[in-house]
Design a protein around this ligand. Structure first.
Ligand code: PLP
Length: 376
């Protein structure tokens, strides 16, 4: 089986899984407990926070709140800081952000504004800035697009947004970037969402990184965990394995970036251009190659590939149940419905091998030509 749907979720890292088991079976103590075992857990959580944070941010300026997933981190940021007036985001966001922005309108909180995308899936920065005015309370721009793989220069965009309106709270969804792109958060970014299961961790744990001076309202109230911002006994096994997975990823982040760039290009080189067109730009993340078999249905190809032992995606796994047949993000890049219908998202992890890539290309060419013949 070749697994090329790592943008949906990654196979849990064996070491991370073992680490989780140890915290389920042995070190299961409540970190708020007063005896020494509980106290020791509190210390371990502190270290865990520091490891996850220090990889992408200056610890003197930022802190980290654990959550249950990337979606919770995005929702927490949006519903905490989008206020009266308007809130600006992009047409490329994951549903964890885009649906929450629509909800701002439904709940009468703020007017959501969506900035258009460039052909490569990145946000059109000029048009985004034109939407920001003195009534804008909140701006959210994803770091790496989960469908096309475009990278937004969030540090630069945050700076430009704040030059226009310094009161704006700037958030970025970093779920597809954390542990994959080498970068550090600039001081203009106030909030940043991350998730464990995209980097070899287990599902059910994420975090919201925040600028220290920003007051985050309590999202869940009760026992006062996470400095009162998110009550609930900490998911210690989830957190500890998240740290393990992140340490592994960050240790080889630059080598993986370079190798996967080669694999992405190799896969594209091997794909039959009579069947596939390329949507992902060369300057996007090396972890995602999005293509379209124009005139064919991506969903049918996905099942044909599955039958031959190749798992791929058609776009965002989280919106595959949506009524809308066509990816809004692909349409927002300016592609027509025929192109949007044929999208396949091929996404890699550091475990992907060159052989996987070559075998995947053979299967994709075979099923693409087969379906094309049958459609005639
Ligand atoms: N944001 C992006 C860009 C994603 O790709 C995903 C997951 O696909 C999410 C948010 C949601 O993360 P989680 O599955 O941890 O809720």
């Amino acid at each position: 089986m070749i697994y090329l749907d790592n943008a949906a979720t990654t196979k849990p890292n064996k070491g991370a899984f073992d680490r989780a088991t140890a915290y389920v079976t042995e070190k299961f103590y409540n970190p708020s407990a007063l005896y020494k075992e509980g106290f020791a857990m509190q210390g371990e959580l502190k270290k865990a926070r520091s490891v996850l944070l220090s990889r992408v941010a200056d610890e003197s300026a930022f802190e980290l709140v654990f959550t249950s997933c990337g979606t919770e981190s995005d929702n927490q940021a949006i519903f905490s800081f989008a206020r009266r007036g308007n809130a600006v985001t992009t047409a490329g966001e994951h549903s964890a952000v885009s649906v929450a922005f629509h909800e701002l309108k439904t709940r009468g909180i703020a007017e959501p504004r969506f900035a258009p995308l460039n052909k490569d899936g990145s946000v059109n920065v000029e048009k985004l800035l034109a939407l920001v005015d003195e009534k804008t309370s909140f701006v959210s721009v994803m770091h790496v697009n989960n469908e096309i793989g475009a990278i937004n220069d969030i540090n630069k965009i945050a700076k430009l947004v704040k030059e226009k309106n310094p009161r704006v709270i700037f958030h970025s969804d970093g779920v597809q970037a954390y542990g994959k792109l080498p970068f550090k958060l600039a001081k203009e970014v106030d909030l940043y969402s991350i998730s464990a299961h995209k980097i070899g961790g287990l599902k059910g744990v994420g975090a919201l990184i925040k600028r220290k001076s920003l007051v985050l309202p309590a999202y869940l109230i009760g026992g006062g965990q996470e400095s009162g911002r998110r009550s609930g006994t900490e998911n210690t096994f989830g957190i500890m394995q998240f740290v393990y997975a992140a340490e592994e990823k960050f240790a080889t982040i630059k080598e993986d970036y370079a190798r996967l760039t080669d694999y992405r290009e190799r896969l594209w080189e091997l794909l039959d251009k009579e069947v596939y067109i390329r949507l992902s730009a060369e300057n996007g993340t090396p972890y995602i190659l999005s293509v379209s078999a124009q005139g064919l249905r991506g969903e049918i190809l996905l099942h044909m590939a599955d039958d031959k032992g190749l798992i791929v995606g058609t776009g965002s796994a989280c919106s595959s149940n949506a009524k809308n047949r066509y990816s809004k993000v692909v349409l927002a890049c300016g592609y027509d419905e025929k192109t949007a219908d044929g999208v396949l998202r091929l996404s890699f992890s550091p475990e992907t091998t060159e052989e996987d890539v070559e075998r995947a290309a053979r299967i994709l060419n075979e099923i693409g030509l087969d379906l094309k013949k049958r459609m005639k």
